[in-house]
Design a protein around this ligand. Structure first.
Ligand code: FAD
Length: 458
């Protein structure tokens, strides 16, 4: 076998890096890669950056055909959102969602605010969200729930309107392939366009990449007075020379595909390109903050969700897609309270720690007086709450080593309104020997310049 030749080291990009965002690192890395490949292959490089992609005839990687709605009496009438969303995930290739084989549609059980801002402080919304994942779900302390957000219907409608389509249309998707002859689309493979955008393609939140602008510049038309200006600006944004502008206009201001299309009204994207250019909607992880109930309601898991809300440098108000979606869910609202999600093993291996505290681990018992120190400020407390919940349940059944202790450090702005799961920690410190000294719960309140320590028996 040929020996492996190291070409160049890993490079990490940062979307929020000034001067080009992640492109600042990517462009340098691509140049270094080309130079390195030229050295290895002996090909002469001229040291210049690669040419800009200008291939007018580039084929769309996706094929999309609008087909008539399924016949009356079929799924177009008895519309089942969950079944339709599953079909959409599959139509786009389930592999995009890492563990989508275990995708389940959980039901929101409760959703209540846990924190409130004090007067004169930035508004802040942290919520306790309980989702019932059903009987088959299983998780351990440290695991996270991956949640697929859904986009707001009014924004989905605005996007479809902008590309001249409607939410209640049906499309058959296919691979753009080699551009050869295409047969008639098979209507039995049709998916509901509104559901496809709402659950699978991020048209209304994530900023598009430079490729979006390269392609969009080829579809300027309609005879508007600003056509030439728009085409020129789109080309710039799609090229290397326009990296700084792209970062300032799009990434830093967090302009979505929809907003970019609204800013460039001459762009007339065909459906397949509009779908191909939308980033895939990414699931968000949330650390599960409760232990699995091994007797009662096995599937109900609790999340501690901070709702993301901030202003860009141009004072545009941005709401986090998934956390806002969870905030707006109402329990008992039928179809609308369904949450597509799956459990992901956490990188925090709290099971090992728990085994060590219980004395049931693989011999790595932490000395005579085991004390685990857990540090979790803000919503970072979530996995440790799940661990404490798990251990105190075992303790109540006499299944815990007598000298095991946990010492939890938590931080927030103020005791009033910001102290997440306060009642839970107070109960732990009152009732659990795990919280006897040297164990306990320590909270630091940054805006009040003080802290408190809760421990059993003190
Ligand atoms: C393993 C893991 C566990 C997690 N556990 C939790 C948890 O228990 N609770 C929890 O609330 N979250 C948790 N998160 C974070 C969570 O996954 C989401 O990232 C978070 O909820 C935001 O998602 P969103 O869709 O609401 O926001 P998005 O629409 O994804 O927007 C967030 C993006 O907005 C930008 N942004 C955010 N704030 C600002 C700002 N002030 N200024 C400029 N730009 C900003 C950033 O680019 C950020 O990436 C966890 C993440 C991981 C990886």
């Amino acid at each position: 076998a040929e020996p492996m030749v190291p070409l160049l080291p890993l490079s990490l990009g940062d979307e929020r890096a000034p001067k080009g965002g992640h492109f600042a690192a990517l462009d340098r890395w691509v140049d270094a890669l080309l130079a390195s490949m030229a050295r290895v292959t002996g090909a002469e490089g001229d040291g210049r950056p690669p040419p800009e992609a200008e291939d007018e005839a580039e084929r769309c990687p996706l094929r999309a055909s609008v087909v008539p709605a399924p016949a009356p009496g079929s799924r177009a009438v008895a519309f089942d959102l969950e079944a339709e969303a599953r079909r959409c995930f599959e139509a786009l290739g389930g592999a995009a969602w890492r563990s989508s084989s275990s995708l389940t549609f959980g039901t929101l059980a409760s959703n209540e605010p846990m924190a409130a801002a004090r007067e004169g402080e930035e508004p802040r919304d942290v919520r306790r969200v309980e989702i019932d994942l059903g009987e088959g779900a299983a998780w351990s302390p440290g695991d996270a729930l991956a949640v697929v957000p859904s986009q707001r219907q009014d924004r989905v409608d605005a996007f479809l309107d902008r590309i001249g389509r409607h939410s209640d249309e049906w499309v058959v998707l296919g691979d753009g392939g080699d551009g050869g002859e295409v047969g008639q689309p098979d209507p039995s493979r049709a998916v509901h366009l509104g559901t496809l955008i709402r659950y699978c393609l991020d048209a209304t939140s994530a900023p598009p990449r430079s490729y979006f602008f390269q392609v969009a510049s080829r579809f300027v038309g309609g005879g508007g007075e600003n056509e030439d200006l728009e085409r020129e600006k789109l080309r710039e944004l799609g090229q290397r020379a326009g990296r700084d502008d792209l970062w300032e206009y799009c990434t830093r201001e967090r302009r979505s595909v929809l907003e970019c299309l609204q800013d460039f009204p001459s762009v007339q994207l065909p459906l397949e390109w509009a779908l191909a250019l939308c980033p895939r909607l990414q699931p968000r992880q949330f650390s599960i903050s409760s232990a699995q109930d091994d007797r009662g309601d096995r599937g109900a898991c609790e999340l501690t969700v901070a709702v993301v809300n901030y202003k860009t440098p141009w004072k545009r108000e941005i709401e986090g897609l998934c956390s806002t979606h969870l905030r707006d869910l109402e329990a008992g609202s039928g179809e609308a309270d369904k949450v597509p999600a799956w459990v992901e093993r956490g990188s925090l291996r709290l099971g090992i720690l728990s085994g060590a505290l219980l004395g049931t681990g693989d011999g790595r018992r932490i000395g005579q007086e085991s004390c685990a120190v857990l540090v979790g400020p803000g919503t970072g407390i979530a996995p440790f709450k799940a661990l404490a919940d798990h251990l105190t349940r075992l303790e109540s059944r006499g299944q815990i080593a007598r000298d095991a202790r946990i010492l939890v450090f938590f931080g927030c702005r103020a005791e009033e309104g910001d102290f997440l799961h306060q009642e839970f920690w107070e109960k732990c410190a009152e009732e659990s020997d795990l919280f006897r000294r040297p164990g306990g719960f320590v909270a630091a309140f940054s805006r009040q310049n003080r802290g408190l320590r809760l421990a059993r028996g003190s």
